[in-house]
Design a protein around this ligand. Structure first.
Ligand code: FE2
Length: 313
């Protein structure tokens, strides 16, 4: 048995052909919002982005994480659950009582033991909060693990992890660099043009030549945390028939564009809220405060692996 936080529970798994089905949703313009991590200010921003262009929102999991305060937990979930949503490993583990799965992250070997152990502690505290909200807990457990969307003629597989697992890491920037052939196989086996995913903390947009033409994997990293060095904004994936003036980078695929759009939330307010819920020395402060304050050691140029346009600067 793998230790808690390292394992990928059996019920997390599905197979790539499951995506070869009629679309569950159709939209002109769609935002895929992964990794909100309980940031209510980022949630406000994505709601506003979508409202401005009458776009559809899909929250593809881990919208909970730092919202261990009861009022924050209820507010995030009541709002998100009014939209289309998938459960990530966090929501799945919050809905259940499987202490052996830890945070359900399925962390690979490049993530250290201390960080995995802290993630398990964050999940335990969050689950304690969730126990006071049995109605929300049940709704989280009922969410699907994947959706198929049709946008501008593109078939889009929306997942939390990868094409085989809710907590899979095959669409992480690390795995896409080391084993692109595996991702190409998964795209070909699923019959989608785009996989929109999150879960692995860092964003990436990478294209692939498949027998059906160019296909794309787009990982938004986190909507609720900074994704690049010395920045203060999250990222969401936007798929639409016309480009957004706000996109940081993106690519045209057939009649549609796939873009990374900054989620510019109230940074000061979020820092203050985070510090109140997770004070210095807490598991979340040790693992995430530095990233929330100034971003990870990762650059836009590392995320863009396409013939994409980029407004990165
Ligand atoms: Fe996740």
């Amino acid at each position: 048995m793998a230790e808690p936080g390292r394992s990928c529970p059996r019920h997390y798994r599905y197979s790539p052909p499951v995506f070869a089905r009629p679309a569950d949703i159709k939209a002109q313009s769609l935002y895929v919002v992964g990794g909100l991590y309980g940031n209510p200010f980022a949630l406000e921003t994505v709601l506003d982005l979508a409202r401005r262009e009458d776009a559809m929102l899909v929250f593809n999991g881990d919208f909970n994480w730092f919202d261990a305060d009861p009022a924050g937990f209820r507010a995030i979930n009541e709002t998100v659950l009014q939209r289309a949503a998938l459960r990530g490993n966090v929501e799945t583990e919050l809905a259940g009582e499987d202490a052996g799965a830890g945070c359900g992250c399925g962390y690979p070997e490049w993530v250290g033991d201390a960080e995995v152990e802290r993630s398990n502690r964050i999940l335990e505290r969050l689950r304690e909060t969730a126990r006071g909200h049995t109605d929300l807990r049940a709704r989280l457990g009922d969410l699907p693990m994947h959706l198929v969307a049709e946008v501008g003629g593109l078939r889009v597989g929306i997942v939390h992890g990868d094409a085989e697992s809710l907590a899979g890491w095959q669409f992480s920037q690390e795995a896409l660099r080391e084993h692109p052939e595996r991702a190409r196989e998964l795209l070909a086996g699923s019959g989608v043009d785009v996989f929109a995913c999150t879960h692995t903390c860092l964003p990436v947009m990478q294209d692939f030549a498949t027998p059906r033409g160019t296909a794309l994997i787009v990982n938004n990293g986190a909507a609720g945390m900074p994704n690049f060095r010395d920045t203060h904004f999250g990222l969401a994936t936007r798929i639409a028939s016309t480009p957004s003036a706000q996109a940081l980078y993106g690519v045209r695929l057939g009649a549609a564009v796939v873009e990374a759009v900054p989620v510019r939330y109230d940074y000061e307010a979020w820092m203050a809220r985070f510090d109140r819920v997770w004070p210095a020395g807490s598991a979340a402060a040790l693992s995430y405060r530095k990233r929330i304050a100034s971003g990870p050691g990762y650059a836009v140029e590392q995320a863009v692996r396409t013939g994409a346009f980029s407004r990165a600067a």
